[in-house]
Design a protein around this ligand. Structure first.
Ligand code: THU
Length: 154
């Protein structure tokens, strides 16, 4: 062995939306509203995402499922693709995510899947800027400084 290493990252946890700063709180509200428009007839897990761009513009996304399962898309990728197509010169700086089931907003925050982490990482490398991730649940909210923290050793 030439090296035994350790990777860790620090994230913030809050128990109320009101504790977030204004722009993160507004982005999380937008993600929750977006979740109301998710198309998730198979999982009944309605996810909303909201991307804040450098300009301040906010772009929404939801999961959009399909009878052919792999053809569905997650809310995070839907929002980031939407932003990339419609605002190609405006970099994403923050991404909020929330999920709603028949019981309402999930108690714990939902974390992006591996595919979405990869797409977030691509956007960060494309712009050279970190994307702050805000994961909203009923009982707690997590704020992660940059998407790359969720995908180390790229
Ligand atoms: N899903 C998202 O859209 N984002 C996540 O972070 C987790 C999972 C979607 C994919 C699928 O449509 C449904 O939620 C159930 O996994």
């Amino acid at each position: 062995m030439i090296l035994k290493n350790n990777i860790s990252f620090t994230y913030k946890e809050f128990d109320k939306d009101e504790e977030l700063d204004n722009s993160d709180r507004e982005l999380l509200i937008a993600a929750k509203e977006a979740a109301l428009h998710a198309y998730a007839p198979y999982s009944h897990f309605n996810v909303g995402a909201a991307v804040r761009l450098e300009s301040g513009n906010v772009v929404l996304g939801t999961n959009v499922e399909n009878a052919a399962f792999p053809s569905g898309i997650c809310a995070e990728r839907s929002a980031l693709s939407n932003a990339s197509c419609n605002f190609p010169d405006d970099n994403p700086v923050a991404l909020a995510i929330a999920a709603i089931t028949s019981e309402g907003l999930t108690a714990d925050p939902v974390s992006p899947c591996g595919n979405c982490r990869q797409v977030i990482a691509e956007e960060e490398s494309r712009s050279g800027k970190g994307i702050r991730i805000i994961l909203g649940g009923k009982n707690k909210i997590r704020v992660i400084e940059k998407g790359g923290d969720l995908l180390p050793l790229q």
